[in-house]
Ligand binder design. Structure first.
Ligand code: BTN
Length: 327
């Protein structure tokens, strides 16, 4: 009902719509309309009312409200069920809870702020109020569990496409960080629940630093993190970016289901900021250095070391400045 009211108000952008007209179109009482207007105001919409003229939408809050997202979605299923929170511990935790309860594929969890945002390798994720996109998407892919890491690469490609469309020439650091000039714009945390031979669900958690000012990052992140607004020198619409991201994600996910992952891996390679670079690898059991050569068909990173080729399935990689001999 509120989405419909907003649609009518927007149709008359800047003008008034009478309570009587709204109640006729939506077939509800004027008292009900008045109550919905109050609820919209409570959400942060500025709506002026005039005894004779009716209601006029003045401003829309800078929040990722489902009412702002749903009417603009271009997807067939991703984002068709939205769980929106002002504050949450972690959208990934919430998405896993919903997935365990059987929520439909494509369900998304969005929060303006995360109190305990989680990163890869048990790190935290800085998630200040209304500054970024803190999003988790529930997928139920048909492919086998060992192919799940490819979902992460797929998400990174979708993300890179959406970020590049804002004008930021970002790259992907293996497996799925989105960087600009070596600083992190986006982090992706994929979590899976599976049987031996089938995936129950995958939750892709994405954190995008959209409008965080450099000075707002905690001291320890200032040298390693950045935001789209810092790079572009202007505020970026989080709603526009979210809609573009969900569109790209669904496009690639559908493509992977129909054609396999090869085209996605090929695009990942083109967008990579890691391949061809000297890297330090911090694996689960050991650390070593070498040159990042390629990713294999499972998404593992192939590194040329002095001792030969190494395959990195999990862990962290940092791109090293080239030494004199390597230049
Ligand atoms: C990383 O780079 O370490 C991954 C960061 C992932 C952060 C996102 S924000 C939304 C979702 N909810 C979480 O708790 N984490 C992910």
């Amino acid at each position: 009902m509120r989405a419909e009211i907003l649609r009518l108000l927007r149709q008359n952008a800047g003008g008034y719509v009478s309570g009587e007209d709204i109640s006729k179109v939506l077939n509800v009482s004027r008292t009900a309309i008045w109550k919905h207007m109050q609820a919209l105001k409570d959400e942060g919409y500025e709506i002026s009312s005039h005894p004779r003229l009716g209601y006029c939408l003045q401003t829309v809050p800078d929040l990722l409200l489902p009412n702002e997202i749903c009417p603009r979605l271009t997807t067939d299923f991703i984002g068709h069920s939205i769980h929106y929170y002002t504050t949450v511990s972690s959208t990934n935790n919430e998405a896993k809870r919903l997935a365990n309860e059987g929520c439909p594929e494509g369900t998304i969890v969005l929060a303006e702020e995360q109190k305990v945002g989680r990163g890869r390798l048990a790190r935290g994720w800085f998630s200040p109020f209304a500054k970024g996109i803190w999003l988790s998407v529930v997928l139920r892919p048909k492919f086998p569990p060992q192919e799940a890491p490819k979902c992460t690469l797929l998400a990174a490609v979708a993300m890179a496409r959406a970020v590049r469309a804002t004008g930021v020439n970002c790259g992907i650091k293996w497996p799925n960080d989105i960087l600009y000039n070596g600083k992190k714009l986006v982090g992706i945390l994929t979590e899976m629940n599976a049987e031996m031979d089938a995936i129950n669900y995958v939750v892709i958690g994405m954190g995008i630093n959209v409008n965080t000012d450099a000075s707002e990052f905690p001291e320890e992140l200032r040298d390693i993190a950045t935001s789209l607004s810092s790079v572009l020198g202007r505020t970026v619409s989080r709603t526009d970016l979210l809609i573009a991201l969900l569109h790209e994600l669904e496009l690639l996910y559908t493509q992977a289901g129909e054609e396999g992952f090869s085209p996605i891996l090929a695009e990942w390679r083109k967008l990579s900021a890691t391949l061809g670079q000297p890297v330090d690898v911090f694996g689960i059991t050991r650390c070593f250095s070498g040159i990042a050569l390629d990713i294999d068909e499972d998404g593992a990173l192939i590194v040329q070391t002095e001792a030969g080729l190494e395959k990195v399935i999990a862990g962290d990689v940092s791109v090293r400045a080239k030494s004199q001999e390597e230049k």
